[in-house]
Design a binder for this molecule. Structure first.
Ligand code: GDP
Length: 154
């Protein structure tokens, strides 16, 4: 079975944008469960330089018509499922703030039997913002920390 990498994070941090960035360039569809309750898309990705193939999964969009507490519950459920099924998690946050929803995710990620976590601080659209991202308190907890800007392609 191929290793699985799952993108997690609260709504609006840029998960779909990050996923599409990969899909647009290099990935073939292997499964797309859009429309199901879990709404997870999976793509088989081959990194030719490193000679490794893995499944990249997007933990999916949320129904914005849901109430806040339903959204929070959904994030928790998706994060737990991702942990159970993945060999690596890519947790996307915004470069300059953590919300209560992010705090929920932190609590889960500090539990037992968690796969390695890479934190991607998105929307760091210039150098100043990239520097600022290192003020996020999670930097000391999750040392694999990468400020990026999907929309500016870096
Ligand atoms: P998701 O809900 O986590 O899947 O987030 P989306 O991919 O739908 O993105 C949410 C919003 O953030 C959209 O309006 C995107 O255009 C915007 N966005 C995504 N990446 C960036 C970025 O690097 N910089 C900025 N400024 N906005 C971004």
């Amino acid at each position: 079975m191929l290793p699985k990498v799952t993108i997690i994070g609260r709504p609006n941090v840029g998960k779909s944008s990050f996923f599409n960035m990969f899909v647009g360039h290099k990935i073939a569809i292997v499964a797309d469960e859009a429309g199901t309750t879990r709404d997870i898309s999976e793509y088989e990705f081959t990194d030719k330089d490193r000679e490794i193939t893995y499944i990249l999964a997007d933990s999916g969009g949320l129904d914005f018509s849901s109430k806040d507490d339903e959204i929070a519950r959904d994030i928790i459920e998706r994060t737990r499922n991702a942990i159970a099924e993945s060999d690596l998690l890519i947790w996307i946050v915004e470069y300059n703030r953590l919300t209560e929803e992010d705090d929920q995710i932190i609590k889960i990620l500090r539990g037992k039997d968690i796969p390695p976590v890479m934190v991607v601080a998105n929307k760091a659209d210039n150098d100043e913002m990239r520097l600022e991202s290192y003020n996020l308190p999670i930097v000391s907890i999750f040392p694999d920390f990468f400020p990026i800007s999907v929309s500016h392609h870096f």
